[in-house]
Design a binder for this molecule. Structure first.
Ligand SMILES: NC(=O)c1ccc[n+]([C@@H]2O[C@H](COP(=O)([O-])OP(=O)(O)OC[C@H]3O[C@@H](n4cnc5c(N)ncnc54)[C@H](O)[C@@H]3O)[C@@H](O)[C@H]2O)c1
Length: 252
């Protein structure tokens, strides 16, 4: 008898790294819930997956809102079945030097990255425990090592690493792994927004980034999707509590 497809939740999957990851997991044979702030915005990712022969639904949910997270997970269970793969990918930046950083810049970044990963992991873990199998992958960043203008984001992305290692310790006995992927420079709307903030043309901004990347190119969303695909695979059950830097070289 063939096993039913695993059900995966990917947050922030309307575009960028999340969209590429959702597409990749669907191509790997998983059924995918595409989560983002606005359900309509999930349409492009969902359609691409369905056009390629996969199964996906779009669900609108703010990852920082506990009630919306509970409702989203309930809907995934009802429409697709219990989720046993979670990718905490939703993210925002509110960059500013410390002296100009507002309370709101700080709170927003903490809420989306840390509270979001916490709320979704807590809501999904019971389905993983029931199944005796689960995979949680959360997006960290090379910025966790420190990055000018990103005190809030660096703190959140370093926090994701401690969160991940703790989930690995608590949940390992239930067949659940937890890992973090820490991308370097990836070409998405997020890095385009950073270029705009510092007043640089995006092509020039990319060229400047590439000059210090050993493999000599910028990262693509698919580079991250490939790493997530490995971490959630059946064979990766002995890899847990790790942070994998995917940055085209050993340092950022
Ligand atoms: N692009 C990079 O170079 C890079 C590097 C390191 C880490 N990351 C991380 O990778 C992840 C994806 O980044 P990206 O570059 O694809 O960004 P992106 O801005 O292109 O996409 C982020 C997605 O998250 C969604 N989102 C934001 N707030 C949300 C919320 N409260 N609830 C639900 N969805 C929400 C957005 O609507 C968007 O679709 C983020 O966690 C980011 O911090 C990106």
């Amino acid at each position: 008898m063939t096993q039913p497809a695993r059900v995966a939740i990917v947050t922030g999957a309307a575009r960028g790294i999340g969209a590429a990851t959702a597409g990749r997991l669907a191509a790997d044979g998983l059924t995918v819930a595409v989560i983002d702030l606005d359900e309509n915005a999930c349409g492009t990712t969902v359609t691409a997956i369905r056009d390629a022969g996969g199964t996906a639904i779009g669900v609108g949910s703010d990852v920082a809102d506990a009630a919306q997270v509970t409702a989203a997970v309930d809907r995934v269970v009802a429409e697709l079945g219990p989720p046993t793969v979670l990718v905490n990918n939703a993210g925002v930046i509110r960059d500013n030097l410390l002296f100009k950083m507002t309370d709101e810049d700080w709170e927003t970044v903490m809420a989306v990255h840390l509270r979001g990963a916490f709320l979704f992991s807590r809501a999904v873990q019971k389905h993983m425990v029931d199944a005796g199998w689960g995979r949680i992958v959360s997006l960290s960043s090379t910025s966790a090592l420190g990055n000018r203008g990103q005190a809030n984001y660096a703190a959140a992305k370093a926090g994701i690493q401690g969160f991940t290692k703790t989930l690995a310790i608590e949940l390992g006995r239930f067949g659940i792994t937890a890992n973090a992927v820490a991308p370097g420079f990836i070409v998405t709307d997020m890095t385009a927004a950073t270029a705009a903030r510092v007043g640089m043309d995006f092509a020039d901004f990319q060229a400047a980034a590439v000059s210090s990347i050993p493999v000599g190119r910028a990262g693509r969303p698919e580079d991250i999707a490939h790493t997530v695909s490995f971490l959630v695979s059946e064979g990766a059950g002995f890899v847990s509590g790790q942070v994998i830097y995917v940055a085209g070289g050993p340092r950022c």
